[in-house]
Ligand binder design. Structure first.
Ligand code: ATR
Length: 279
């Protein structure tokens, strides 16, 4: 691979970063659109994260993605935050603006909604309450984006109730917190079920949740994408619910960054999905 002196540069900053699929994802688009550019893994230790972010303009980078554990550090290191990053308290995308200043954005919620809309075209925000399981970083983006899109009620439930209550307080709006022990009752009348916990991932036990009370016209989606068909999605599918797998959120959250850095609005295709999953 060779680049001209004018190659546009971007990457993903994390520690560790070797597991990130973003270089494969952006690399596919760079090739597809014939762009003179590179997207590289940036393995940056936590103690160096702020300095590394501040160095992006001097190095000629157009920006980068930020992943674990730097998403909160990035919030403090950039010059300004867009409204979503401010609300999330976390940055996943940094853009070096024309004047060399740094803008922090958060596109995780956008990625979630775009993936949901693409995977379940029949789903409407107004069709009913959404049940969200888990209260970590992924949950925060999912809950905020669902409320912004007009979902009438988000029923949030987490093994550690306090974390769900804190998230609900911070996000505000129509979020009700349920009890972990009676989580199955929250499924009654729901139009959407989202798992944002790590349960069901390869190496982890399946999410313990009976779907008996869930209407069959509800959509079920999972943030886990290894495996693509989690035990939760398999059960939902077998009882006739529409399902949306977790890889779409990763693919769609990448679109705004790619457009900002490389100047092309990229498309999420089956070929891209296969390429990213093979890696
Ligand atoms: P992320 O930022 O990727 O969402 P996280 O902050 O580590 O990751 O959150 C992981 C989520 O999975 C949390 O909601 C966690 O519940 P707790 O807040 O109670 O820890 C949830 N989780 C992890 N292991 C779980 C388990 N065995 N049963 C139920 N929920 C679990």
């Amino acid at each position: 691979m060779s680049f001209s002196g004018k190659a546009r540069l971007a990457g993903v900053m994390g520690w560790p970063v070797g597991h990130s699929r973003s270089p494969r994802l952006h690399g596919f688009w760079l090739k597809q659109y014939g762009i003179d550019g590179a997207y590289v893994p940036l393995a940056v230790r936590p103690e160096h994260a702020a300095a590394a972010i501040r160095a992006l303009p001097a190095l000629g980078f157009h920006g980068c993605n930020v992943t674990v554990p730097h998403k909160e550090t990035a919030c403090r290191a950039v010059d300004r935050l867009d409204a979503t990053a401010k609300r999330m308290g976390a940055v996943n995308t940094i853009v070096v603006l024309e004047d060399g200043t740094l803008e922090g954005r958060n596109t995780d919620g956008f990625g979630f909604l775009e993936s949901l809309r693409a995977g379940a075209p029949g789903w409407r925000a107004g069709s009913g309450p959404a049940v969200v399981i888990g209260a970590g970083g992924a949950s925060r983006a999912v809950v905020a984006s669902l409320l912004d899109s007009g979902v009438p009620e988000v029923r949030l439930v987490n093994r550690t109730r306090e974390r769900a209550e804190e998230l609900a307080r911070e996000i505000g709006g129509a979020v009700t917190v349920g009890d972990w022990v009676s989580r199955e009752t929250l499924l009654e009348g729901a139009a959407l079920l989202v798992n944002t916990t790590s349960q069901g991932m390869t190496g982890e036990p399946p999410l313990e949740l009976s779907l008996r009370a869930l209407p069959v016209n509800a959509v079920v989606t999972d943030a886990v994408y290894v495996p693509l068909l989690t035990p939760l999605l398999a059960e939902a599918k077998s009882r006739g619910n529409a399902i949306v797998d977790g890889i779409g959120m990763l693919l769609h959250q990448a679109r705004p960054g790619f457009q900002a850095w490389f100047g092309v609005e990229p498309e999420v295709t089956e070929e891209l999905k296969r390429h990213v999953l093979e890696g």
